[in-house]
Design a protein around this ligand. Structure first.
Ligand code: NDP
Length: 421
């Protein structure tokens, strides 16, 4: 029994438009996923097309999709439980304890890729994922609803100190959406950590590969544009899983409860909207010149460099500020005892990692040419997401660091893009 000091009063602060946002988003976003997928495969591929391209009901439902999604979650759960890789501790929780997490996402990716190559070698028609993509999305959406309901219900049995600070408003719709319990676990199996980087992120590159194989079926070989999209996004996912430990200090793991927002984002939104470019290219092949490809590769490289170096610099600084790679950097003290970097990448803009991420997002869309806006969906959505995320983070940092944060903002006035934003 934990002492009373962990008792938590109802949280009052509401994000994402409060109860109204929490009611509309779970309806609107799943419909957006289905709409984008159907538009993407239509000849016009126009997001301004109204009425939207009609999808016969049969295309939304296929029992094979249920089997594949169930098999996929089972496979990834099994790989999560494999005793390979190291085990790391998360940040200290409010009750003073620290949870343990398996760092074997990269192993899961490698084993999944090996299994896929085996399937391809055995002649499995991976290109069929193109036909199945809508029913698969429907299943993933249904799964995220079911999971969020389970999470919401079970949170009432969780001790008060295990609830997230923001997901405890007492408004059922809002709490269901934002997530009540911070680290829901079944035994040692951490549901939020598992969903964060594995089924959706690895699923995304598998769907991309399916689109590439569909192109091979249709045109004999993959196009340069399709190869660029596949390689860039595989690099991004590989990087995320290689640096899996870094997720333990992110807002998602440390601050947000596990509810519909993260469950749907991880299981349905990421795998089915982040790879729209590859889906688009199957139906709308685009020529890319060698020079154009070189420019796009350079842009992706610059974005990746900024993204990786800035993320690694902050992670290293938070883990060990005396490390020789960061100890020369200028910092300011805060009342919490933690320091803030004011030179190096974090003295350039307040979110250099977002800047790098956005440059990469642009590089993923450029191979799709300029004729359609749809393949630019990711970069547009991502810009909005990161501006919103930056504002959320800023609020949290101001609450944590007070005056020191204001000093940092004066020293480093731009948020994401130097001299612009
Ligand atoms: P960040 O890695 O940007 O971390 C923000 C935290 O860093 C702050 O809360 C603060 O935490 C610390 N911090 C901020 N400024 C400083 C400073 N000057 N010195 C030291 N510490 C500082 O968080 P995110 O989780 O938003 O992003 C992580 C990565 O994930 C990014 O590269 C982002 O682009 C990417 N991302 C990708 C998404 C996608 O869908 N593809 C979605 C969301 C993120 P504290 O002080 O407590 O350590």
């Amino acid at each position: 029994m934990k002492p009373n000091k962990y008792k938590q009063s109802h949280s009052t602060e509401r994000e994402f438009g409060g109860a109204l946002g929490a009611t509309c988003i779970p309806v609107f976003l799943p419909l957006t996923v289905l709409y984008l997928l159907s538009v993407c495969r239509s000849p016009a591929a126009s997001v301004l097309q109204w009425p939207p391209p009609l999808t016969p009901a049969a295309q939304l439902w296929d029992p094979l999709a249920v089997v594949l999604v169930a098999g996929w979650i089972t496979l990834q759960s099994f790989l999560y439980l494999l005793p390979v890789g190291k085990v790391s501790e998360g940040l200290v929780l409010r009750d003073g304890s620290r949870l343990k997490y398996p760092i074997n996402g990269f192993h899961s990716l490698c084993i999944t890729v090996a299994l896929l190559l085996l399937c391809l070698g055995l002649g499995m028609p991976l290109g069929y994922l193109f036909e199945l993509v809508l029913p698969l999305a429907v299943c993933a959406i249904a799964l995220s609803y079911l999971l969020s309901m389970y999470l919401y219900i079970r949170s009432f049995w969780a001790p008060k100190y295990a609830l997230s600070l923001g997901g405890n408003t007492g408004n059922p719709l809002y709490d269901f959406f934002i997530g009540r319990e911070l680290n829901p676990r079944i035994g040692d199996f951490d549901l939020k950590y598992f969903c964060e980087l594995r089924p959706g992120l690895i699923g995304w590159v598998v769907i991309n590969l399916g689109m590439l194989m569909k192109e091979v079926e249709l045109r004999g070989s993959p196009s340069l544009a399709m190869l660029l999209v596949n390689v860039f996004q595989l690099l991004y996912v590989t990087d995320a899983l290689w640096n899996e430990e870094a997720v333990l200090t992110t807002m998602d793991i440390v601050h947000d409860g596990f509810g519909f927002m993260l469950a749907f984002g991880d299981l349905a939104w990421v795998p089915f909207t982040y790879g729209l470019q590859a889906m688009f290219l199957v139906v709308h092949p685009q020529p890319v010149s060698t020079l154009g490809a070189a420019g796009i590769v350079l842009l992706n490289g610059i974005g990746y460099y900024i993204f990786r170096r800035s993320n690694s610099q902050k992670n290293q600084f938070r883990r060990d500020p005396t490390n020789k790679s960061v100890k020369h950097l200028e910092t300011i003290a805060t009342a919490t005892g933690k320091r803030l970097l004011v030179s190096g990448w974090w003295g350039f803009v307040r979110h250099p990692n977002y800047l790098g991420d956005l440059l990469m997002a642009l590089a993923w869309s450029l191979p799709c040419g300029m004729s359609h806006i749809l393949p630019y969906f990711y970069v547009i959505y991502f810009t909005i997401l990161l501006i919103h995320r930056e504002a959320r983070d800023e609020n949290q940092c101001r609450a944590k660091y007070g005056l020191a944060w204001d000093t940092y903002c004066k020293r480093v006035p731009y948020r994401i893009i130097p001299y612009i934003y």
